[in-house]
Write a protein that binds this ligand. Structure first.
Ligand code: GTP
Ligand code: MG
Length: 201
């Protein structure tokens, strides 16, 4: 897919105030600092469309971007940031849960995980929650530039084995690096395919 236009639409913390249009929507979620906003900039080829920071907790609201005038990309706050949760029940902010529960336009969620790390409880809990709520998701491994190719293969294999302890199948996944542009076409082509299905049905 070629990105012809990418525009910021709005930020808010109330899902009922998100854009009313029925355009297909794709949300990027994951722990703070995993690289959600950077990935959005890489995918759209716009350096500072989404705000990034070396400090966790930069993105605090639900941010909608309109891409090619026909689909929405959504940047969400990270979960797992110390200020956010106290009890294990409150693993992510209430409005994020509401976003996923109420946003019917959402086609799929992308859960970002740092390729260098073992599966984290909070990510597994979130995947489980999405599964229980019937929300489709893919995994995006981020920061692949930080590992050598054989280490990437090993980390992905380890991650898969660990996922397969609780899931029947490994979800669809992508290996990316925002700083090197790795995985851009894979993710965009996937979205393109899903969009084509949405507009046909
Ligand atoms: P919050 O909004 O705070 O939840 O963070 P985020 O997930 O949006 O992360 P963000 O995109 O702001 O990036 C966090 C830090 O990781 C920044 O310092 C980025 O430069 C860095 N980063 C993001 N993606 C990559 C990548 O692919 N490679 C490398 N090396 N660094 C990255
Ligand atoms: Mg962010």
């Amino acid at each position: 897919m070629i990105i012809k236009s990418a525009e910021f639409v709005m930020s808010n913390s109330d899902v009922t105030k998100c854009p009313k249009s029925r355009l297909p929507e794709y949300a990027f979620i994951g722990r703070s600092n995993v690289g959600k906003s950077s990935l959005i900039n890489m995918l759209t080829g716009r350096k500072s469309l989404a705000k990034t920071s070396g400090k966790p907790g930069k993105t605090q609201l639900i941010n909608h971007f309109l891409i090619n005038k026909n689909w929405h990309l959504v940047d969400l706050p990270g979960y797992g940031y110390a200020k956010v949760s106290k009890s294990s029940k409150k693993v992510f902010q209430k409005f994020i849960t509401q976003y996923f529960s109420l946003r019917e336009q959402l086609v799929t969620a992308f859960i970002l995980v740092d390729i260098r790390h073992q599966p984290q409880a909070i990510d597994l809990e979130f995947m489980e929650w999405l599964g229980k709520n019937g929300i489709p998701f893919s995994i995006i491994f981020t920061k692949a530039d930080k590992l050598k190719p054989n280490a990437i293969t090993k980390h992905v294999e380890d991650y898969k084995s660990s996922i397969l302890e609780t899931w029947e199948d490994m979800p669809n996944y992508f290996i990316t690096s925002s700083s090197k542009g790795i995985g851009k076409d894979d993710v965009l082509d996937y979205i393109d395919k899903l969009n084509a299905n949405m507009f046909l049905s």
